[in-house]
Design a protein around this ligand. Sequence first.
Ligand SMILES: [Mn+2]
Length: 313
Amino acid sequence: MIISLRDTADRLMAANSFVLTSHVNPDGDAIGSCLGLKFILESLGKKVQVLIDDDVPKFLSIMPGLDEVKKPVEDHYDADYLVILDACLDRVGTVPEKCKAPVLNIDHHGTNDNLADYLYLDADSAATAEIVYRLAKAMGIKFDKDSATAVYIGLATDSGYFKYSNTTPQTMRAAAELLETGIQPEKISEAIETKDFAVVQGLAKALQTVELYADGKVAGIFLDYELTSSIETTEGFIDLIRVIDGVDISVVLKAVEPEVCRVSMRSKETDVSTLALRLGGGGHKRAAGCTIKLPFAEAKNCLIDEILKAIED
Ligand SMILES: [Mn+2]
């Protein structure tokens, strides 16, 4: 059932205990919106657990309260609501099996399947963290440094530090107010963008795989299982090929298992969310992803076929 922001805020204020979760392969918005909402609800005296069915990436180590993000190791978790942020039900691993509470879903992905008991969806928000910011306002909560940092990281990472097309005046106003708490944006971006030497060496290897398609409108990094295994993270790699002159769609495909490939896509014009949906994934018009359960070479061909079809449309 689709609900309003006001209804979402009222439900959060009326309940007492929450399990918050987000998608596997968590990013800055997934963790930032969970921890931001956790701090906000705790300031109202509520009981909040954050469960993520995956490892939290190292680049988010500056996030306050990170040691309170747990994996769902127990069989059963009690709460008044299971709040799913920045994802729909099928992307959060085993958490819904272990927490049978009514599902309150807060998301900004236009491809959300609307299967939750309650859904607040705003596809015009740059980040789910931007919705968390508005929920805090609706609940009359003031930000402190911890909640501001968590929400700011969600905003900044999902908007490419306020440079993608999802950045709106509302996004900038939210960021401005968060900075009033005294958090330092340069410290946050330095911490998030710092890479181990080994990762930069991995980047060098990844950039050697760059290929162009469709008269240079498509650029891709393609990492087979062996290469993927030798690179700790590919976070941020896609940004380095989307700058190539003439490129509309940029992709990173990596074989995370011998027959499982993970794909991230960015675009300047083509709607990559419908393209990702066709491949069983989802996302936004300008940033989307999917998982293709095929060996590397077949997954690569399948992806390129779909991209070329989308470019022609
Ligand atoms: Mn997001």
